[in-house]
Design a protein around this ligand. Structure first.
Ligand code: ATP
Ligand code: MG
Length: 232
């Protein structure tokens, strides 16, 4: 396992959000974490990356407990987050956004991410705030890749994007999977996630209520109707 989350409890102040949550990501696996608004998906990613560390429980990354290491150290160890808010610097150009993220030891350098996202090459001198939603998402993923991640956490990468850009993002996730990057994909777009994932977790009120293959989830109408708002 590259990641083993074991019984974490995460709070915002007095608000107890994650209740003994456990999940695993194997080397090279794509795991989807699904659930409706406010279920605790982003909080799970914040717990793993040290932005909101769990109060109790363990997070093992490559066998080492990282639950109390802090975001900078965790990022250096090879975990990258593409946040829901994309995290683009709006007053810097796309080129500058990339330059800040790059690390010399990474397998992905600027020319590699530009090969993967040729559209970005056309807008390198544009400031972050003038990029379209799709361009911002590509830039956010490119930035994460430049840090050389072994585990990539994606928070709703399809959110607010048109179908063509969603296709491009999915293509990128598939390519990364072929390169054996492990991924934890948070989505409200269950269909997209089910097409990509090896295994799926469904979270509700900070508790994992389903774990299994996409095929198993598709057959489970009770779970899809209750927690994903799919079907009737
Ligand atoms: N900074 C915060 N302070 C207090 N409560 C918070 C904070 N951020 C989130 N919450 C609460 O924690 C719970 C889980 O939120 P979280 O953002 O993890 O949900 P989510 O599954 O990512 O939802 P969405 O699909 O809307 O992004 C919600 O009840 C939310 O209101
Ligand atoms: Mg969220």
């Amino acid at each position: 396992m590259i990641l083993e989350v074991r019984g974490i409890n995460t709070f915002y102040g007095l608000g107890h959000i994650l209740h003994g949550l456990s999940l695993t990501v194997a080397e090279g696996e794509v795991i989807a974490l699904l659930g409706r608004n406010g279920a605790g998906k982003t909080t799970t990613l914040r717990s793993i990356t040290g932005l909101t560390p769990p109060r109790t429980g363990e997070i093992l990354y490559k066998g080492r407990n990282i639950a109390n290491l802090g975001p900078h150290r965790i990022s250096q160890m090879g975990i990258a987050l593409v946040p829901e808010t994309r995290g683009i610097f709006s007053y810097l150009t796309a080129r500058e956004n990339l330059a800040i993220a790059r690390r010399s030891h990474s397998r992905w350098q600027v020319e590699d991410v530009l090969r993967r996202f040729p559209k970005l090459g056309e807008v390198l001198d544009r400031k972050g705030r003038f990029l379209s939603g799709g361009e911002q998402q590509m830039l956010a993923i490119a930035r994460a890749l430049l840090t050389g991640p072994h585990l990539l956490l994606l928070d709703e990468p399809s959110q607010g994007l048109g179908p063509l850009v969603v296709e491009a993002v999915m293509g990128t996730i598939r390519e990364l999977k072929r390169e054996r990057v492990s991924m934890l994909l948070v989505e409200q777009n269950a269909e997209m996630a089910l097409q990509l994932a090896d295994r799926v977790y469904v979270i509700d009120h900070g508790i994992i209520v389903f774990e299994g293959t996409p095929a198993l989830l598709r057959q489970n109408h009770q779970v899809t109707a209750t927690y994903l708002g799919v079907g009737g």
